[in-house]
Ligand binder design. Structure first.
Ligand code: ADP
Ligand code: MG
Length: 692
């Protein structure tokens, strides 16, 4: 039985012009089981191609390679990897070491790929190094810092570490001076005492000095063959099984790749970090803003103040416009909606008599921006007393009012005085006509002229807020119940009050302001206001300024969130692209390393893992930092938003977002690793490592 036999091997290449090129032509060689066999020939004669046939880096067009009488061209992919890892050792002219790894690591790498424990592998590598003349202080030096002779010796030791039966050396002295060439050839000669060493060379002098047999190749044919006798002491088994997988060499390579490309990887991490953090914050914003705005709007002192009126629309003839007509609801209509109005105090609208925009003066100066607004009462549960920021709640009297924050700032800034304790005058006039059955028209004048004192300041929403004073509706109601329409009363000869006139007013009478006033009885029902408003039957309609403001805010936030989400998508696609490009360039940059690892018996999955771990590390660091930093950023952003707008917890990142982002990141990681590998050309070790 022979160790290695080439039977009728031919190799043809199809050229671009359609012609065939025969590189190897029916070559048959029976190799001895030990000794140094030299393959001699000019450049281009097919020597490397021949070696590639033996190392299975290339397939013959015809013929077979027999290793221990087994046709190894028929092995499956996995067994080919094992054959390369265990039965042969390859030495290249250009060394093909992992230049950024240490001498020890390079030598023990085939053992690690085989699945050996690191400690054992290191021990074996050191033992091997001790058998040759190699400076001990270079053991942990990176290979890129070695001389050519040293590198070639490291490459030879690497090919030896797995104790293979065959060593293939392609022009091992091609790049060395004669002194180093002799050292290397002596080493190969020494090795060949126990195994088959096939050396390719075009240096005749060196070959004749060291080789036991010489095969001369010319134009793909054997020109001359001098062969020594076969020794039959062979172990008749191809080493197959790998030891249980140890993948620390993969992680070790990933780690050193990561550190070698640290600048690029920091950019990748930063971009992923920004993408992930932005996602968390945007999800947090869309999650938190709605409830934050609701919470905040409930805390309006006049949140439950609304009006109810009948709204009917009429098409204007000959026009596309519709006219919305407002009128005071009839008692029948109110009765129909009674259940839904239970939560409210239903009162006549008094704004015709006591305008929202009366003349308000401090001494001689007008406070034109200040409006005058009703809330139901200062003392019952329609008011949330917790909203008082400064001063005190007013007594239930017409002469005491509250000011909101905007109003407070307006007075303080424009009138340079302390608003609390400030005495103002409010003035409003109204002219009312009563049409008697007799056709007579009686005119009465309502003159509202009051001195009021601001006693407290209340919190309110700064969004769309205007400077406001708040008075108690109940106190004015009492006042209107006591104040008579003087002319009408004397004409009719009974006491007719303004309040009664408001109550009795007809639906189209301007004094009714075409509506009733509604006050939510209990401020704790604020969260239900929206619902209550929508329950009222048509054609009645409740108009709530607070809800209008809140809805405007929701629209604004929805639009903003939508924009941000779009931005987020772009950011995430960009991040994946950046990661993909980075891992693609790493892959291209390391193509030679991958080819070397293939020659040493590593499989595709293991090589893929090297890039995957590097990217995984990038992803994990970004993920952890965004997990830690985004809640802090949210806190900071919330603080800033609150101090500007008064909204609390606008960004609230839900736990689910954190949970979802983990698999998403891993997906980005896998995608950005796998896709570039998928789209790039398959690595051909033969081409990557071909000796120029
Ligand atoms: P050597 O190692 O003896 O210098 P090689 O075995 O590398 O020669 O190459 C033998 C011949 O095969 C060369 O002429 C080379 O140009 C040719 N050759 C190698 N690979 C290919 C290929 N893929 N397509 C066409 N010709 C090739
Ligand atoms: Mg060659």
């Amino acid at each position: 039985m022979s160790l290695l036999r080439l039977a009728n091997i031919s190799k043809k290449y199809k050229l671009e012009n359609g012609k065939e090129r025969i590189v190897l032509n029916k070559i048959s060689i029976v190799f001895p089981d030990h000794g140094l066999v030299a393959i001699l020939g000019k450049s281009g004669s097919g020597k490397s191609t021949l070696l590639n046939m033996i190392s299975l880096l290339d397939e013959p067009s015809n013929g077979c390679v027999y290793f221990k009488n087994k046709n190894i061209n028929k092995l499956d992919l996995k067994d080919k990897e094992i054959y390369r890892n265990k039965n042969i050792g390859i030495v290249f002219q250009h060394y093909h070491l992992l230049e950024n790894e240490t001498v020890i690591f390079n030598i023990m790498l085939p053992l690690l790929i085989r699945g050996e424990k690191r400690k054992n592998a290191e021990f074996a590598a050191k033992n091997l190094l001790k058998t040759i003349d190699f400076k001990e202080n270079l053991y942990n030096t990176k290979c890129k810092d070695l001389s050519g002779g040293e590198k070639e010796r490291v490459a030879i030791l690497r090919s030896l570490i797995n104790n293979p039966e065959i060593i293939l050396a392609d022009e091992p002295t091609g790049a060395l001076d004669s002194k180093n060439s002799n050292i290397v050839m002596e080493l190969l000669k020494e090795i060949s005492k126990e195994r088959l060493v096939i050396v390719v060379s075009h240096n005749e002098e060196l070959v004749h000095k060291f080789a036991d047999s010489i095969i001369q190749i010319k134009d793909g044919k054997i020109e001359e063959q001098k062969q020594i006798e076969n020794d039959t002491k062979l172990i008749a088994k191809i080493k197959t099984k790998k030891v249980a997988k140890q993948s620390h060499w993969i992680r070790s390579l990933s780690r050193s790749n990561f550190l070698r490309r640290i600048k690029r990887n920091v950019i990748a991490m930063a971009s992923l970090f920004i993408g992930l953090t932005a996602s968390l914050l945007i999800v947090g914003f869309s999650n938190g803003s709605t409830s934050s705005i609701r919470e905040r709007t409930y805390k309006q002192i006049d949140y439950g103040v609304a009006t109810i009126s009948r709204e009917t629309s009429q098409q204007i003839p000959g026009s596309k416009m519709t006219l919305v007509k407002m009128s005071k609801p009839s008692n029948d209509e109110l009765l129909k909606s009674k259940n839904n109005l239970d939560a409210f105090h239903l009162e006549p609208n008094i704004t015709s008599l006591v305008s929202k925009y009366p003349i308000i003066k401090s001494g001689d100066s007008k406070l034109e921006e200040l409006s005058y607004n009703p809330i139901y009462s200062f003392i019952d549960e329609s008011i949330n007393k917790g909203l008082l920021l400064k001063g005190r709640m007013p007594d239930e009297t017409l002469s005491e009012v509250l000011v909101n924050r905007k109003g407070y700032e307006y007075i303080k800034k424009d009138f340079k005085c302390e608003p609390l304790g400030l005495v103002l005058t409010v003035h409003n006039e109204y002219e009312h006509h009563s049409y008697l059955d007799s056709g007579q028209v009686i005119t009465d004048y309502f003159v509202f002229d009051k001195e009021i004192t601001i006693v407290g300041m209340v919190d309110d929403l700064s969004f769309l807020a205007t400077p406001k004073l708040y008075y108690s509706y109940l106190t004015i109601k009492e006042y209107l119940k006591e104040t008579l329409l003087v002319n009408l009363s004397s004409k009719e000869n009974k006491e007719i009050t303004w309040y009664q006139t408001l109550l009795d007013s007809d639906e189209n009478d301007p004094i009714s302001s075409y509506s009733y006033q509604l006050f939510l009885k209990d401020y704790r029902n604020n969260p239900q206001l929206d619902e209550l408003i929508n329950k009222v039957n048509e054609p009645l309609k409740i108009d709530s300024p607070s809800i209008t403001v809140a809805n405007a805010l929701f629209d604004l936030i929805t639009a903003a969130t939508l924009g941000m989400e779009l931005f987020l998508m772009i950011a995430l696609v960009g991040t994946t692209l950046i990661l993909g490009i980075i891992s693609f360039s790493s892959y291209t940059e390391d193509k030679k390393t991958s080819a070397i690892l293939t020659c040493l018996g590593a499989n595709k999955k293991e090589i893929f893992s090297i890039y995957f771990y590097e990217n995984l590390f990038i992803c994990l660091i970004s993920l952890i930092s965004s997990f830690v930093l985004s809640p802090l950023l949210a806190l900071l952003a919330n603080f800033i938003i609150q101090s500007i707008t008064g909204f609390m917890n606008m960004i609230f990142i839900p736990l689910l977002a954190f949970l979802i982002i983990i698999p998403s990141t891993l997906l980005i990681c896998a995608g950005s690793t796998y896709l570039p590998l998928f789209f790039s050309k398959k690595i051909s070790p033969k081409e990557e490592l071909s000796e120029e």
